[in-house]
Design a protein around this ligand. Structure first.
Ligand code: C2E
Ligand code: MG
Ligand code: MG
Length: 361
């Protein structure tokens, strides 16, 4: 049916068990290695099965449902074969709808950036923002990134989405500069997905976007996760050095969440560590609640990097982080992410008095 897809029409069969038997036989045969030019080659197969009930009116519908079941089998590590079930159909339809919706959303530019302030914890001053994408869906309203970034990564949309995000962030910076003039130390941090970083033209693209917007590269920072840095060491190393040459700073996002980049961290030109929210959230008065936070701050200091604590939600967390010498922070205690114009207006009034007054109120 395709380069590597085959169909089997079984007519003389009286039970589902007999079909399962056939599927298991096929899998067993395919599990043997093939000898190819002196090498043992192993192949994997996934089988989707559908029982031809009387309510099927078209052959294509049988094939379609077998295909849906086959994809389910592929997703599932336990079974290599699956029977079609009617709710798989609604899953498949939903996924197809999401794909169509997403395509349209990119074309219609339905994605928007919200900005969460990054605060200097000594001076209580906003020194930057993190740009966070939202999907302004025409019928479903505002959708948060956790509900679509994974999908976009799995379906190859992330690269185009990432490009739009970079363009929007740089355009907003240029707007803010025109309207209010940018403080030289102000930066906007943009999240970059692993696949986006690995595009061969990522450097020229970033340069082009910065140039088109007419901003200085010192105002842009890129946030990469530990995951993308570790899994593609050599390429990433080259890209990071090239970014450094262009004065574009790089932060490691979600630092400490399991893929410990420690072994290669000292060789990479990274300017900032972002301590993940999951380490900031448990902080209370006690010193044991600090977990790896002091360590992360020390690592950053030793390597002459900035450190940002993510997800500060209360005064206890803030005070503890200040005591530990954590330089920067972001979190709902200060501000949730805001649309671009509201973020700009935060810059034009004294943040500290504004914020401390509202906290004491
Ligand atoms: P992230 O990069 O670690 O961003 C921080 C997330 O934590 C944001 O969620 C932010 O709203 C949330 N947050 C900030 N302070 C607090 C707090 O005090 N408490 C709590 N509970 N949450 C807080 P958001 O905007 O939903 O984004 C989630 C994730 O989606 C981001 O995590 C990032 O990994 C991804 N993401 C967002 N925008 C983009 C984008 O443009 N491109 C890519 N590739 N990923 C993005
Ligand atoms: Mg981030
Ligand atoms: Mg993070």
């Amino acid at each position: 049916f395709g380069g590597d897809e085959f169909a089997l029409l079984i007519t003389e069969v009286d039970s589902k068990a007999a079909v399962v038997n056939i599927a298991e036989n096929i899998l067993q045969v395919l599990a043997q290695p093939f000898l190819l030019a002196g090498h043992d080659i192993f192949v994997n197969a996934s089988i989707g099965m559908v029982w031809g009930e009387a309510n099927y009116v078209a052959a294509e519908h049988l094939l379609r449902d077998a295909d849906v079941a086959m994809y389910k089998a592929k997703d599932c590590t336990r079974h290599q074969y699956r029977w079609f079930e009617s709710d798989m159909h609604s899953d498949a339809v939903q996924l197809l709808e999401l794909e169509t919706d997403f395509r349209l959303a990119l074309d219609r530019r339905e994605f928007e950036l919200y900005y969460q302030p990054i605060v200097d914890l000594e001076r209580m001053k906003i020194t930057g923002f993190e740009a966070l994408v939202r999907w302004q869906h025409p019928s479903k309203g505002l959708i948060f990134p956790n509900d679509f970034i994974g999908f976009a990564e799995d379906n190859g949309f992330i690269v185009e989405l990432g490009t739009q995000v970079l363009e929007m962030a740089c355009a907003h910076l240029a707007d803010w500069d025109r309207v209010a003039g940018l403080d030289p130390e102000l930066s906007v941090s943009v999240n970059i997905a692993p696949d986006q970083l690995l595009q061969p033209n990522i450097l020229s693209q970033v340069e082009y976007i910065i140039e088109t917007a007419g901003i200085s590269s010192r105002h842009l920072r890129l946030e990469l996760t530990e995951r993308s840095i570790i899994s593609n060491g050599k390429v990433v190393n080259e890209v990071l050095h090239a970014l450094r040459q262009r004065n574009i700073r790089v932060s490691i996002d979600d630092f400490g969440t399991g893929y410990s980049a420690l072994s290669c961290l000292h060789t990479l030109p990274v300017s900032c560590l972002k301590v993940d929210r999951s380490f900031v959230q448990p902080i209370t008065h006690g010193s044991t609640s600090l977990c790896i936070v002091p360590l992360s701050i020390n690592i950053a200091e030793t390597m002459r990097m900035d450190v940002i604590a993510e997800g500060i939600e209360n005064m206890t967390q803030l005070r503890q982080l200040q005591k530990l010498g954590c330089k920067y922070g972001q979190g709902f205690l200060f501000q949730k992410a805001l649309p671009a114009d509201e973020a700009l207006s935060l810059l034009s009034r004294p943040f500290f008095s504004d914020w401390s007054m509202s906290r004491s109120a």
